[in-house]
Design a binder for this molecule. Structure first.
Ligand SMILES: [Fe+2]
Ligand SMILES: [Fe+2]
Length: 280
């Protein structure tokens, strides 16, 4: 935390200019260091006290969020690749290789992918199954294409290539994230109060889906995706795709023609991410 030394206060703390003049060079340097450390501690303590004393965040209402739609440059559900933002201006994209792999998509289209990498890293560290780790790694990447209903879109895009449990995790994390489950370590996050409004109630289809999944024998898969989701927004975390190479190798059925060119029912979704600048 940067702070400036107040020269006068420092000299006064040593007994005034006359006392400082009598000190050796080394003694002055030591005194300055002591003073700086003390000041730093004080500054940090003040900042922490300030944070604790800060008023609780005031979340918008769902109606206030809806009012922001009029005149927006784009719909809220538009995919990230298709929308310009302050930290992600639209630029020409690097071309994809002729037979792109999942790794190519991570490196050239989904990047920086910090959030999904953090969630998969946590799933790995906490010893979750490989299907859940893979689901965490993939759970939000379809947001490059489309954000609305991203659980269903994402699951569909991965379905031909990943284990059924991973697809299940990706598809249903979207509904489960609105419902707390303390026993499994999931609480309703402030992020959603901020994003959907403090008084938001999920659509009936989400509620119905939640009830169905809650009773399903694979409930824990999407639930664990939501748990790892919660702790995957650290702006300082350093994460890479490398630790997941083996899991991808074991569980992702990479088509030899490349994603987008294998004639699967979802090939067009991969092509749309590969070529988002094609006008039609
Ligand atoms: Fe998500
Ligand atoms: Fe997420």
């Amino acid at each position: 935390m940067p702070f400036e030394i107040d020269r006068r206060a420092f000299i006064a703390s040593l007994g005034g200019a006359a006392a400082v003049n009598l000190m050796s060079h080394e003694a002055r340097a030591d005194a300055l260091e002591d003073y700086s450390i003390h000041k730093l501690d004080e500054t940090v303590a003040q900042a922490q006290a300030g944070q604790n004393a800060a008023a609780p965040e005031k979340f918008p209402t769902a109606a206030e969020i809806e009012a922001r739609i009029d005149g927006s440059a784009n719909r809220r559900g538009a995919g990230n690749l298709f929308v310009s933002s302050a930290n992600r201006p639209i630029k020409r994209l690097e071309p994809m290789p002729a037979r792109p792999t999942l790794m190519d998509f991570f490196k050239l289209r989904f990047q920086p992918a910090n959030h999904v990498l953090q969630s998969a890293t946590r799933a790995m560290k906490t010893g979750m199954s490989e299907e859940v780790i893979l689901a965490c790694l993939l759970h939000d990447v379809v947001q490059a294409l489309i954000k609305v209903d991203h659980g269903w879109w994402g699951a569909q895009m991965f379905e031909p290539y990943v284990p059924e449990k991973s697809t299940f995790g990706v598809r249903y994390h979207q509904a489960l994230r609105f419902y707390a489950d303390e026993a499994n370590g999931y609480e309703y996050p402030d992020l959603y109060r901020r994003t959907f409004g403090v008084d938001y109630t999920p659509e009936p289809y989400i509620e119905e889906t939640y009830k169905m999944v809650r009773k399903h024998k694979w409930y824990i898969e999407p639930r664990m995706v939501t748990v790892n989701d919660l702790y995957a927004f650290d702006p300082n975390a350093v994460v890479t795709i490398d630790p997941f190479t083996d899991i991808i190798g074991r569980h992702f059925k990479q088509p030899k023609e490349g994603l987008g060119f294998d004639n699967s029912p979802v090939a067009h979704m991969w092509r749309s991410i590969a070529f988002p600048d094609h006008p039609l």
